[in-house]
Design a protein around this ligand. Sequence first.
Ligand SMILES: [Zn+2]
Ligand SMILES: [Zn+2]
Length: 272
Amino acid sequence: MSRSNHRFGVIVWLMTGPFDASLLASHDMFRIGKDEFCVEGTAVNWILLREGRDLTLIDAGYPGDVAALEASIAEIGHRPEDVRAVLVTHAHVDHVGALNHLHERYGTPALMHPDEVPNATGERHESATPTDVAKRAWRPAVARWSLRITRAGATQHPVVAHAAAFAADGPLDLPGRPVPVHVPGHTSGSTAYLLPEAGAVATGDALVTGHPLLRRPGPQLLPSFFDHDPDRAVAALDVIGRLDADLVLPGHGDPWRGDLALAATRAARLDR
Ligand SMILES: [Zn+2]
Ligand SMILES: [Zn+2]
């Protein structure tokens, strides 16, 4: 696993949409293996899996991350048209921001757990509000983060009308052969994706390793007010801890390598 040795200064002036037009769209990229890449946009990650000329994208950043996401695809020598599907860990705005753009421009499908589809289509809402955050965690680092994500579109509620459920249990017929694992709690349809080839698991927000609201890095849950069902989120750690992987690719924070069972047990014990 290697981290690119410079911050990719991909400067993109966002010309449309209700974002701050001077937002600097940039990304950091971790190369996980030959064909797996974990990319950080606006304090949120997406993952690219490659198989020949085809890609799978896991999660899609904030609405303001569209340019950074496309830049990350170009960075590995590909085009957005190469993405066969976006797999969604859950339908919060920081993970679905580019879905409508990719679908309208390239016809890219967006697949997720059946229980997450209503969250994506707007029939159901299972997310914390900016007020929840402000009430519980107001300090300077949080204020800076709030400003940054607001500029990236955090107060929007993208309606993903084309959201669809993935077809069956077991490995999906997509680059990287990801295996969906239902880990409800953060949202009802939260899903981790096991990547057997890389010995890794993309955990979304069911297990993170860093976040401006957390005081220290390492595998843990987000503060409980972010979870639709905090008790179920703790129970889902059991499922994650039993997976055959030693590399966590989280929705927030750096990739983390270690004993997954131990990490899950510790995360379940932490106060939050
Ligand atoms: Zn979330
Ligand atoms: Zn998130």
